[in-house]
Design a binder for this molecule. Structure first.
Ligand code: COS
Length: 388
């Protein structure tokens, strides 16, 4: 693949990051490209198994050793690298991290000791269950309820667009416990995949197949010890987890865009038109220049946000939102240009750029649609300008 690796030497990254990418490149070539994708559930399980077996999932969520903490740059580099080769491998890695994230960041010692060794080894598949039919962007409006009943909570309601829905062993579910109206009345719970009262109401198919489902909770009892954090902390837990993972969504978009550029360069150098390679046409050169600039701008925002979090910034909401918004939108433009330069092959089913064209679209929607990221960024900019 024709790749510019100079970003690995930017000051945001360290020697250990470069070494990790080197190892991962070798691993991906051997273990990711030969997974049968016809059965998407089986492919996802297999990828989680391989990523866990060979130690990559350890980076998706720190374990129960208090000295470990999440390294967002590592998360971003892994997602970028996996996404460049396989959208499903990136999905398998990322959802394992997002699902385990609330436990890793806010769980009790017992919750961490029980679940994290399983999610990190690939023995348990994790899912993050936040969205509902009537509240995807408006998290404060969640209507699934969790009612206290002696030493248990009883969950009732519906969740939808849940990644790993149907194959997960563990769901982190956000529900209304009612301490206060809106955002202050939510809590987070661990619900086992085989918990009575939890059922898969619908499997959802999308343009880029990944395991996704709508879930129903009917009189679903979980132990009080399965509450994550305190009652009323649910909104904060969800947002803090998203602040980590939104940057990594930008990184996945960056991986898709780098693949699109690599495919385009190969095409532009090998295909002849009007008696010369495509790469000699100024119109094509214009596209290539735009693609390269957008990729560097994406990478700068992604690794800036990741570095800021790793360097100890208490909140990176604005940086993560900028990275996610810009990288996903720009990747769509880069991939669209790649399709255009590939002509008919660009829309041929199964061609790498056709696959990228389908894979990128959902990233502008999930974990906070682009429109929500704009709200987050504008609020932050306005509040830091207040009083000036
Ligand atoms: N980290 C920590 N705390 C946060 C936070 C963050 N990133 N974002 C908000 N909070 C806090 C706020 O500070 C506020 O607390 P105080 O009242 O004590 O100040 C509280 O949480 C409520 O925040 P806010 O008033 O901003 O909430 P809103 O309901 O207006 O909405 C948005 C916030 C729209 C930003 C939020 O609902 C969101 O991110 N939506 C998209 C969700 C999403 O990603 N969905 C996809 C599902 S996962 S695939």
């Amino acid at each position: 693949m024709m790749l510019d690796r100079s970003f690995l030497h930017w000051p945001f990254l360290e020697e250990r990051h470069r070494a990790l990418v080197e190892r991962l490149e070798t691993w991906v070539a051997q273990h990711c490209e030969h997974v049968d994708h016809r059965d998407v559930d089986a492919a996802c399980r297999e990828l989680v198994h391989r990523l866990g077996r060979d130690g990559w999932l350890k980076h998706s969520a720190p374990g129960d050793d208090p000295s470990e903490k999440i390294d967002v740059r590592t998360l971003a580099l892994i997602r970028e690298t996996l996404a460049r080769h396989s959208g499903l491998a990136d999905f398998a890695f990322a959802m394992q991290g997002l699902g385990a994230g609330p436990i890793s960041l806010f769980g009790t010692a017992a919750q961490k000791a029980h679940w994290l060794p399983k999610t990190r080894s690939g023995a348990a598949i994790a899912a993050f269950a936040l969205s509902e039919p009537a509240s995807g962007s408006d998290v404060a409006n969640i209507s699934t309820t969790a009612r206290r009943d002696r030493d248990a909570y009883v969950l009732d309601g519906e969740k939808t667009w849940i990644s790993n829905g149907g194959i997960a062993d563990l769901y982190v579910v956000f529900a209304r416990t009612g301490e206060a109206p809106g955002a202050k009345g939510l809590s987070a719970f661990i619900v086992r995949g085989d918990n009575p009262g939890l059922s898969v109401a619908e499997r959802i198919e999308t343009i880029a197949p990944h395991p996704l489902a709508r879930l129903a909770f009917k009189n679903c009892r979980v132990d009080a010890a399965d509450l994550i954090g305190a009652n009323g902390d649910g909104f904060k837990i969800a947002m803090t987890t998203l602040d980590v993972f939104r940057t990594s969504v930008g990184a996945a978009a960056l991986g898709f865009a780098r693949r699109a550029l690599a495919e385009t360069l190969r095409r532009a150098k090998s295909r002849e038109l009007f008696g010369a390679p495509l790469s000699e046409l100024q119109m094509v050169q214009g596209h290539i220049a735009d693609m390269a600039i957008e990729i560097d701008a994406m990478a700068l925002l992604v690794y800036r946000a990741a570095w800021a979090k790793d360097a100890g910034a208490p909140r990176v909401t604005r940086e993560a939102a900028m990275a996610k918004l810009y990288a996903t939108e720009a990747a769509q433009r880069v991939i669209d240009a790649a399709v255009q330069i590939h002509g008919g092959d660009g829309v041929r089913a199964g061609h790498p750029v056709e696959t990228l064209y389908r894979e990128i679209r959902a990233l502008r929607i999930y974990e906070g649609a682009s429109d929500v990221q704009k709200i987050v960024i504008a609020r932050s900019v306005l509040s830091s300008a207040a009083g000036r």
